[in-house]
Design a protein around this ligand. Structure first.
Ligand code: PEP
Ligand code: MG
Length: 540
């Protein structure tokens, strides 16, 4: 039995088998081979094995996410039959008398580079595909297991670190908990864990090489620890704690259908944060009054090409329809910084959090923005949709957005496509936006405070940097004063104002937010009923 401590991202407790997710556990070394025929045979076997894996992934994805999204696995399978690619690999093995994995890795890099430099956006996006299939082939040549949570049972995922795109690719129904060696508590992977309602620990000093898939573990998010191969006493304690937790959650269920009103009659909207349409299940299950933040960029992550306008329209429309008249605030694309998407070709930046991200990309690449706005406006016909723009720093940006909105309206009018321009709001997540929130509030329908980035930019602390977790303090007086300022400025203009950053779910501050006059809190679905209980017990 071994016990390790870490920083808890979501409080909950589970027990189950672990799955170790090692991404860079192989280093491809070049070595000379005497028997080229044998190398060809190894390559052939690895190709067959890769095709079988891709077929399985395709079949599963068709059932879970539909044919369009599953098509990528079919594309990968076809790429494994591409003659140019295979000729290049075989030629390298033959002429240089080298091992197949090195030839595959080199060819993958060469082809990816070639695609990335092409002018055509479709071909550019193929760079990520060729890299993906080459990595799969190398893993199979090295005899490494395919990390395929889609075929394994429910387990605790243990990893060195996880990026948001890796996390969104995983089948959420198969994950009991996340435990990572690195990662900050404010990262988007941590946010995803909270949204998925599963215990998660970061900063756990585990040596992944000593772990084996299937080992039993207890992850205790209340105490911030993971116990490997627990003894019977520990197991029994965990079983008791798991059932106590279940009972507590059961009690909260009784608050479903009740209002979020304090004892003195003050009302606050409690909405949910989501990353995809699949999360709406959690929203409805927890009786949220609406969706206060749909992080639309997750539609762009974990794939190799832009989602089409049609795909986006279907997702937003489904959200609007499923929420049946309740508010659905969809935040426009916020990629960049920690949410890197290869096919955007954002390039390397010295300070990505201060870089080319969110609305900046949308204003510089209006074609991407317009496709999303068209999808949003078309979907708005089907429910109570609002659109929200992230990372605003100036009135000029809002003006530029409105002028793109006008172009989109004109195009849709000319094409006689039905649409509705929804309520439009902005996120307040930069100190600049706070300071001019009086003027910004006049231009928009609502404000929503993104405390995750607001804390990062106000305290000059990279929210991704795990070493700074102890300094990252969203309770800082400066942040609380800023929130009050934004609330007052919004109300002066008769606009509603919410908090959609993680601080909105901080139970220590709920009463203060109600006192401040915050109209809406948008939180992980699992927090909805807990906040409802707090609000209903308040005397304010
Ligand atoms: C925020 O910054 O508080 C926010 C809600 O946006 P994100 O966490 O996605 O950056
Ligand atoms: Mg943000």
């Amino acid at each position: 039995m071994q016990c390790f401590e870490g920083k808890s991202v979501y409080k909950g407790i589970v027990m189950g088998p672990i799955t170790v997710w090692k991404k860079n556990d192989y280093k491809v070394k070049r070595h000379r081979v005497d028997n080229v025929t044998q190398e060809f045979a190894r390559l052939k076997k690895a190709i067959e094995c890769s095709k079988e894996q891709l077929q399985r992934l395709y079949d599963k994805a068709v059932l879970e996410v539909g044919e369009t999204s599953a098509a990528i696995f079919e594309v990968h399978r076809m790429m494994l039959e591409d003659e140019d690619y295979l000729d290049a690999v075989q030629n390298m093995i033959q002429t240089e008398q080298i091992n197949a994995e090195f030839a595959v890795a080199m060819t993958g890099d060469n082809f990816a580079k070639m695609f990335a430099e092409m002018d055509d956006d479709y071909m550019k996006a193929r760079a990520a595909d060729v890299k993906d299939i080459s990595e799969r082939l190398v893993r199979n040549l090295c005899g490494l297991e395919d990390f395929d949570l889609n075929t394994s049972d429910m387990s605790i995922v243990v990893a060195d670190d996880l990026t948001p795109s890796e996390t969104v690719r995983m089948d959420k129904n198969k994950i009991l908990a996340f435990v990572t060696v690195h990662g900050s508590t404010n990262s988007h992977t941590a946010i995803l864990a909270r949204m998925m309602n599963i215990p998660a620990l970061v900063g756990v000093e585990l040596d992944l090489d000593t772990l084996q898939n299937g080992m039993t573990a207890i992850v205790d998010g209340f105490e911030g620890k993971i116990v490997l191969e627990p003894d019977d006493v520990m197991k029994n304690n965990a079983i008791t704690k798991i059932s106590e937790e279940k009972n507590k959650l059961q009690l909260l269920q009784e608050l479903k259908g009740e209002e979020n009103v304090t004892k003195s009659g003050r009302r606050i909207d409690i909405y949910a944060n989501i990353g995809s349409v699949i999360d709406i299940g959690y929203v409805l299950e927890n009786d949220a009054g609406g969706i206060g933040l749909f992080r639309s960029e997750f539609l762009y992550l974990g794939r190799n090409d832009f989602p089409t306008e049609e795909e986006q329209y279907q997702a937003y429309k489904q959200a609007a329809q499923m929420m049946a008249g309740k508010k659905v605030v969809i935040r426009t694309l916020d990629v960049g910084a920690d949410k890197q998407v290869e096919y955007f070709n954002l390039g390397k930046e010295e300070n990505p959090a201060l870089g080319y991200r969110a609305i900046r990309i949308c204003l510089k690449q209006p074609d991407i923005f317009k496709a999303q706005l068209r999808a949003l406006f078309r979907a708005a016909v089907y429910g109570n949709v609002s659109v929200m723009y992230p990372m605003i720093t100036s009135k000029e940006e809002v003006k530029q957005i409105y002028s793109i909105v006008e172009e989109v309206k004109e195009e849709l009018n000319n094409q006689e496509i039905p649409y509705k321009v929804p309520e439009q709001g902005i996120m307040i997540e930069t100190p600049a936006a706070v300071m001019i929130s009086d003027e910004l509030a006049e231009m928009v329908d609502f404000l929503s405070i993104g405390t995750n980035d607001l804390t990062q930019y106000t305290l000059a602390i990279d929210r991704q940097n795990e070493k700074l977790d102890d300094f990252y303090n969203p309770h800082h007086k400066a942040i609380l004063k800023m929130i009050q300022m934004v609330v007052d400025n919004a109300h002066k203009c008769g606009k509603w104002v919410g908090i959609c950053g993680e601080l909105g779910a901080d139970v220590e501050l709920t009463e203060e937010f109600v006192r401040m006059g915050v109209d809406e809190l948008s939180v992980a679905p699992s927090m909805i009923l807990r906040l409802r209980k707090l609000v209903r017990d308040m005397k304010v």
